[in-house]
Design a protein around this ligand. Structure first.
Ligand SMILES: Nc1ncnc2c1ncn2[C@@H]1O[C@H](COP(=O)(O)OP(=O)(O)OP(=O)(O)O)[C@@H](O)[C@H]1O
Length: 286
């Protein structure tokens, strides 16, 4: 058995030495090879692709946040090599969405276990999206947070207040799916491969991450009561707050250039997106 561990030394501001100790103890003599690929933040994608061309592994473990999981996913798309996620980032959206355990011991057990699930991958304007993307107010919040000098939840809150006050205006989104053409008015349009945001908000209760479908979530207004429902895991939303459209392919045009994010990474303002799905393209340990 040969394992590659992709380790982000800085993710989540977490020292990874304890994790490495626990992992090595658990592995004992069960593996012949444990190679560690430490990310540097420079050319990681090219270097990892090259490493994977030159070596053969039975499993790849990822210790980091969403960005590091995505790095692994980009290299392992449409292969059967399972990815074991150990959520050690400041944002662990995919792990939260897949309901992976949060304690170190349990998450290592899952990553080293036998259960796998093949999940769908979305491509939005050619960029890989593993769980959630959106156009509008949430992406604007991520932009303000990335530019703010205050980190953590307090930073998100501080950065968020002026953004929320300046972004109350809804706009028209033109939507063309594989089945229909529509125009919808909203403050934000979400593109969901799965069910919840990394914060835990359950915005797409019927979403299934391996069914070959994704959902467009049209948030029509900023309704605090309904937002609290998503955080409480309630499943029924007022249709004047949220409309959900399930599809296999879509093109969305915005009235004006709009803030855009994929899996928590701000990608600038854009006027249109094209979304495609590849069913069961990634094999994840669950
Ligand atoms: N050794 C390193 N030094 C600095 N940055 C790094 C290093 N390794 C990876 N990175 C950066 O870490 C980011 C990915 O972090 P990841 O999402 O896994 O964890 P995170 O704690 O959630 O991060 P963030 O809070 O920035 O989203 C990428 O931007 C990558 O370039």
């Amino acid at each position: 058995m040969a394992i590659l561990l992709i380790l982000n030394p800085i993710s989540g501001d977490i020292d990874k030495s304890n994790f490495l100790k626990v992992l090595k103890n658990k592995l004992g003599k069960k593996v012949n090879t444990l190679n560690i690929f430490k990310t540097t933040g420079k050319n990681d994608l090219e270097l990892l692709k090259q490493h994977l061309q030159e070596h053969t592994y039975n499993k790849v473990l990822v210790a980091g946040g969403d960005g590091t999981v995505k790095l692994a996913a980009e290299c392992l798309l449409n292969t059967s090599i399972p990815i074991g996620v150990i959520p050690l980032g400041s944002a662990n959206g995919l792990a939260t969405d897949l309901e992976l355990p949060t304690t170190l011991d349990a998450s290592i057990n899952v990553a080293l276990g036998q259960n796998t699930r093949k999940i769908d991958a979305l491509f939005i304007n050619g960029n890989l999206c593993l769980h959630m993307s959106d156009l509008g107010i949430n992406a604007a919040l991520i932009k303000s947070y990335e530019r703010s000098s205050v980190r953590g939840k307090i930073g998100y809150l501080f950065a968020g207040i002026p953004t929320l006050l300046n972004n109350k205006n809804p706009q028209n989104f033109s939507i063309e799916t594989n089945e229909q053409k529509l125009i919808r008015h909203g403050i934000m349009l979400g593109i969901a491969n799965s069910r919840r945001y990394g914060t835990g908000a359950l915005v797409n209760p019927e979403g299934i991450i391996d069914d070959g479908y994704f959902e467009l979530l049209i948030f029509k207004e900023l309704n605090i009561k309904e937002i609290i429902k998503t955080l409480r895991d309630e499943k029924s939303y007022n249709s004047s707050f949220l409309e959900i459209i399930s599809c296999q392919q879509a093109k969305i045009c915005c009235e004006t250039p709009t803030d855009f994010q994929i899996d928590g990474e701000y990608l600038g303002k854009i006027s249109s997106v094209e979304i495609k799905i590849e069913q069961k393209a990634l094999n994840i340990m669950i």
